[in-house]
Ligand binder design. Sequence first.
Ligand code: IPM
Ligand code: MG
Length: 389
Amino acid sequence: MGDYEKQIETAVEKYRELLKGQLERVERINAQADAVDYSSLEKIVIGVCGGDGIGPTITSAAASVLKGILADEVASGRVEFRNIEGLTIENRAACMKAIPDDVLAELKKCDVILKGPTTTPKQGDGWPNIESANVAMRKELDLFANVRPVRVPDKGIDWTFFRENTEGSYAVGSLGQNVTDDLAVDFCVTTTEGTRRIARLAYEFAKANSKDRVSIVTKANVIKTTDGKFLNICLDIGREYPGITTDEWFIDIMTAKLIDEKRRRDFKVFILPNLYGDIITDEAAEFQGGVGTAGSANIGKKYAMFEAIHGSAPRMVAEGRDKYADPCSMLRAAVMLLNHIGYNDRGARLERALDICMFEEKKLTVTGRDTGATCEQFAGYVLDTLSSL
Ligand code: IPM
Ligand code: MG
């Protein structure tokens, strides 16, 4: 065995800093105030942040539908829409920041945010290796719950995923260590309160929406410490809800069960650590028509952000097809935004209009190419349908 003392010492020193950072985060979470009550706010500021790639196209389509739905509130001053520029890969790369400071300051002045996809640099794509803007925003605004619904009414699928959004393999995802040229180590983090709050939200959602089953999905048979802790805490919270059946699954078999037509209708609400939630929600969205059709809510106690579950599709822009991008993911996100800020009646109407346009009437379809409607035409179709409801 070689003499690695120096490398080990350097790694341990970095590890110490990382642990300090996580313990500080634990203290912040433990000290957090209760969730904001939007009905008590005089004014709700909705930040609109287009992102890059197809982001600006689909985000402005969704924002225009939202502005239509909230026209009275905008006129009375109860709701303000605010455009936030600068969350583009070019600007982020120029500042070498996942979220440039001035953009973050603007985001923090909003109550909720409608955010388009942002390009996440990966090895070899020419962009500097900065952290994903999504992941950074979830951490900066402490958006601990990623709520992702998937519905396919004619197949009996009605699922809501509660993906933990700030911890697990993502907590220090960009701070892994190359201890030597031959050894790389990443970290996975589970905290008590970080798990309790996502489990609580999932069970409260199940209770409020008469869902009598919650499935906890981990790999606690192998990742025994962090997934084991996550599982035990979720089970503890579950015991406080006697009317709800809790079951535990491992992520591998759960990915299989989602394609089992006989079993998958039984699932209703899922709670998962970050990485498993990331993976399985793409699989789940595929049953609904693909990631382009799925919206996502990122909920914290103070802020909330609503987005598509897919990326920025730079290839569509390079091929000049961005105007044919499907706005449905952002429109689904807009439904969740309306529900979150207390306009549930409007949220339900938009959801109904989307179901009509996407699944029932289908007067226009978006194909991502000139064989289908443009993003703007589809948004217009949704607005027309809304006014006829
Ligand atoms: C998502 C995305 C992001 C994630 C990427 C873009 C960093 O896949 O929102 O699911 O991994 O969380
Ligand atoms: Mg994902």
